[in-house]
Design a protein around this ligand. Structure first.
Ligand SMILES: Nc1nc2c(c(=O)[nH]1)N[C@H]1C(S)=C(S)[C@@H](COP(=O)(O)O)O[C@H]1N2
Ligand SMILES: [Mo]
Length: 174
């Protein structure tokens, strides 16, 4: 009987060398599945933001009509607050050559839309573009989330991109 137990213990010890790397691989895979938005390009700090990070930032609401004309209330973080966290040249720095900088928004389905930084900045416009994670009191689901850019005050919701994955700052060059 003792002999059988010894064998059993040895098998567990041997398997631990398989179980630990397997556990680590699964943990890393699960961590990567957590949806997030990356902020990169001409920024002082690259950011990776998930839903928990957005909940800790300034939260505002914005109303957007869908393409059928039905109004929805979105909730999220003003895009300028996110860009400020990454150290983007907004506000007083938005003059001279910084006026040719842009924000490129990239989505999970390959859709992408562009804004000049001046279109987003409160010293140029009263419109507040937000990165929303909630609509009508619920998470944004069914392939449109978890993050949607909400651009109020436009005639069509075409730049209100869903499945946002990256916010990239660049400088337009001819
Ligand atoms: N990622 C992504 N976002 C997108 C699109 C898209 O194809 N992919 N279509 C845009 C267009 S053309 C419209 S009209 C609106 C539709 O938004 P709605 O479903 O709220 O009406 O989503 C915009 N956002
Ligand atoms: Mo559209």
């Amino acid at each position: 009987m003792i002999h059988i137990y010894d064998n059993f213990n040895q098998r567990i010890i041997r398997n631990i060398f398989l179980i630990i790397p397997l556990f680590l691989t699964i943990s890393i895979a699960v961590a990567q599945v957590e949806p997030s938005v990356i902020v990169k390009g001409e920024v002082q700090r690259h950011l990776t933001l998930d839903t928990t990070d957005l909940l800790k930032m300034k939260r505002v609401k914005a109303t957007l009509n869908d393409r059928g004309g039905v109004s929805h209330v979105y909730e999220g973080v003003p895009i300028t607050n996110i860009l400020d966290s990454a150290g983007v040249t907004l506000h007083g720095q938005l003059r001279g050559e910084n006026l040719s900088k842009y924000l490129l928004v990239k989505c999970g389905d390959g859709y992408q839309v562009l804004f000049s930084l001046a279109e987003l900045d409160e010293s140029f416009t009263d419109k507040v573009v937000i990165l929303a994670d909630r609509v009508d009191g619920k998470s944004i689901s069914d392939g449109r989330g978890p993050f949607r850019l909400v651009v109020p005050g436009e005639k069509v919701p075409a730049r209100s991109s869903f499945e946002v994955t990256a916010l990239i700052i660049g400088s337009a060059k001819d």
